[in-house]
Design a protein. Structure first.
Length: 323
């Protein structure tokens, strides 16, 4: 055999070995990837079984749910995660177990388990409502700044007696961190801004003002304030004659507060007062130091509570997690 032929055979042998090594490498990689995917699939299925069949709420399950977004429900095409559900349930359980002066609930007892199921159902309903709110906030392009959030948190910090005290109260009563509080504050501010936008239609505003003026005329003509509140007010205090209880300065809408604290005589009734919530008629019920007790009648340009109820009830919901 010629030298060139030997060189050619050696080269072909080398290429063959190289090709074989490449195929073996690719096959090994494929096997490893396949094993990883299979392992992940089994992992997901196992915890899915723990969640959807056995309703696991262990710390391990919560940690996994932080990474894998197991859905509790789908609302208008958007998913609500099991992590959100577990967080809210844990918060409300801690609230019931740590409120000063309240009887602690043993959630392992028969009555405690029944109470827990009731609370879990309430969380499911609230999660649906919150998701609808978030969708409306996005649709209406509601913006809340970090400065606004910081301002609200500062007020809460002062009311609690300092940041250390606030952090302690949050951890003890809700299992929250300061970051959790900021998230909740931002959401509440967004919902308030949404309400303001929804209820600011000019025609509806004019109609609400006219209705409030008509009610005020009835009161000035001798109608009983509490009866009028029960009949007309679009606030949760209506059933109690509009009574808000005692409050101090810095707790209410600025326009409402200014009008309420301008009343000097018990029994005195204000004119029609405009706030971010609508039109109010205010009656001074009592004075105690720097606090007052007042009742009010609220007429909203748009009944925001009814608006949200309609939006929530008409939402397309598919519930994956069933109690």
């Amino acid at each position: 055999m010629a030298k060139s032929d030997k060189t050619s055979d050696a080269g072909e042998g080398s290429e063959h070995k190289k090709s074989h090594r490449n195929k073996s490498f690719k096959r090994n990689i494929a096997l490893i990837v396949g094993a990883v995917i299979t392992g992940l699939a089994i992992f997901v299925l196992v915890f899915g079984l723990l969640i959807y069949k056995y309703k696991s709420d262990s710390q391990v399950t919560y940690s996994v749910a932080k990474v894998i977004p197991y859905p509790v429900m789908k609302v208008n095409g958007d998913y609500v995660s099991y992590r959100e559900y577990l967080f809210d349930v844990a918060s409300i359980k801690q609230y019931y177990q740590n409120q000063p002066g309240a009887t602690k609930i043993d959630f392992n007892s028969t009555s405690g388990k029944a109470k827990l199921k009731q609370l879990q159902q309430q969380v499911i309903v609230q999660l649906k409502s919150d998701e609808v709110s978030r969708q409306l906030i996005a649709k209406n392009k509601i913006k809340v700044t970090d400065k606004q959030v910081a301002s609200e948190v500062t007020q809460l910090t002062q009311q609690a007696g300092g940041q250390a005290k606030l952090v302690q109260v949050l951890a003890t009563n809700y299992g929250w961190t300061l970051a959790n509080l900021k998230t909740q504050v931002k959401f509440q501010l967004q919902k308030q801004a949404l309400q303001t936008k929804i209820t600011s239609d000019p025609k509806a505003d004019a109609a609400a003002k006219a209705k409030a003026e008509k009610i005020l005329a009835e009161i000035q003509g001798g109608a009983d304030f509490a009866t009028e509140a029960k009949k007309y007010s679009q606030d949760s205090t209506a059933a109690n004659g509009g009574d808000l209880g005692f409050f101090g300065k810095g707790q209410m809408d600025p326009n409402f507060e200014a009008a309420a604290f301008s009343l000097k005589t018990v029994g005195q009734v204000s004119g029609v007062v405009h706030s971010q919530y609508g039109y109010h008629i205010i009656k001074l019920l009592a004075i105690n130091g720097d606090q007052i007790d007042a009742a009010h009648i609220l007429i909203e340009p748009v009944d925001f509570n009814q608006y949200m109820q309609n939006a929530t009830s008409s939402a397309k919901v598919h519930q994956y997690y069933k109690l």
